[in-house]
Design a protein around this ligand. Structure first.
Ligand code: PMV
Length: 368
């Protein structure tokens, strides 16, 4: 338990209210895969925050007439009541109750929508959990009497707000803690990244070369179905995994390497590291017990086409993958026209219903 996140002075006389946040998805460059108890990552990870793929969550709260032993909430996705989402949110509320002791004093209406289609195979847990955590932090802020945590100075209170929101989001879905800020976020304590922590994501504090400004991410939707392996099952596969220890060490080294790459702007080295990370993530799943292949034939077709095109054109196009079949294509803004043209003419045919999403690096969540 972390006492610094337990609010000490919340007002007794509570009122109803409403808050609304939008929060983006993110794409990891060095992947988080494997966790300890309480959502503590086994290895450090670093991600680009996205700009267009986001969740917008409106949270209305109504004071309960009588004290309650349970959490009271309803969830709506695009205006439709979704009771099947409730167990996940209930677990989230149980995990964060110590840090938000007002949760049982209110009934909540959670109204959420994503800017990307829900059946796209793009995980909405990072954007969804971070948006909800931010809404809850806005309520905490409104309920804080002496606001000792929030009052300090403008900058300090903003830091506390974001840090605790990221801490809470992590307890909902690990990678969600990397969605609050942009354009690059690190999660996991690393000796070379100042301020980094296993408990929350931090905005990458070091120098970033202009080559990585406004980096593009075109997401090819190869398989829009439900995830074959849930994140929870996937992370658990790293327990007793024969290569886990080496993998965690490699991720730590890759953070050191990417720090140098981000500073120097070395795009060739970036491509090598990012693609190797994606394939290592999938290799971990192929070599676990039980084992899984999460790529589809079209994932491989796309990868091979990218490699051929890169060789022919000399352009700095590369891919990364999440724990699924969809492909994120990353490239510098300056090469966007030629690469997007290649994607449209050569790759879109491998997507389900020709569906793809154009995104780019973004700057984090917004209060609406
Ligand atoms: O946040 P989770 O528990 O759904 O894990 C996500 C893990 C990957 O997306 C595969 C990698 C990452 O670092 O985002």
């Amino acid at each position: 338990m972390l006492s610094r996140y337990i609010p000490t002075n919340l007002i007794k006389n509570r009122e109803d209210g409403v808050v609304c946040w939008s929060s983006p998805s993110n794409i990891a460059l060095v992947k988080y895969w494997g966790k300890k108890e309480h959502q503590i990552p086994e290895n450090q990870s670093i991600s680009f925050t996205l700009n267009n793929c986001k969740t917008i969550t409106k949270l209305s709260y109504f004071k309960n007439e009588k004290p309650s032993d349970t959490f009271s909430f309803q969830i709506f996705l695009d205006g439709e009541h979704k009771p099947d989402f409730e167990p996940k949110i209930n677990t989230f509320f149980e995990r964060i109750y110590t840090y938000l002791p007002f949760l049982k004093d209110f009934s909540f209406k959670i109204e959420t929508e994503n800017t990307f289609p829900h059946s796209s195979g793009i995980a909405s847990s990072a954007s969804g959990m971070s948006a909800l955590a931010l809404c809850l932090m806005s309520i905490e802020k409104q309920l804080s009497v002496n606001k000792s945590d929030f009052k300090v100075s403008g900058e300090e209170s903003h830091k506390y707000f974001l840090e605790k929101a990221s801490f809470l989001a992590r307890l909902g879905s690990g990678s969600a803690c990397r969605s609050l800020e942009g354009d690059i976020v690190v999660w996991g304590k690393h000796k070379e990244i100042k301020g980094s922590s296993d408990l929350f994501g931090v905005k990458y504090p070091n120098k970033v070369h202009d080559n990585f400004k406004n980096y593009q991410d075109t997401i090819l939707l190869v398989d829009k179905g439900e995830k074959q392996v849930s994140s929870t099952i996937g992370h658990n596969l790293m327990h007793n995994h024969p290569f886990a220890k080496e993998r965690f060490k490699q991720a730590e080294k890759n953070i050191t390497k990417i720090k140098l790459i981000l500073e120097s702007g070395d795009l060739k080295a970036f491509i090598g590291l990012v693609e190797s990370e994606a394939l290592t993530l999938h290799a971990m799943m192929m070599t676990s017990m039980p084992y899984f292949i999460l790529m589809k034939p079209n994932t491989l077709e796309i990868i091979n086409k990218i490699w051929r095109f890169r060789k022919q054109s000399g352009l700095n196009i590369c891919f990364t993958l999440d724990a699924g079949a969809n492909v994120h294509i990353l490239y510098p803004e300056i090469e966007a026209e030629k690469i997007l043209n290649f994607i449209k003419t050569e790759l879109v045919a491998y997507c389900q219903n020709d569906h793809y999403i154009c995104d780019r690096v973004g700057f984090g969540a917004k209060l609406l």
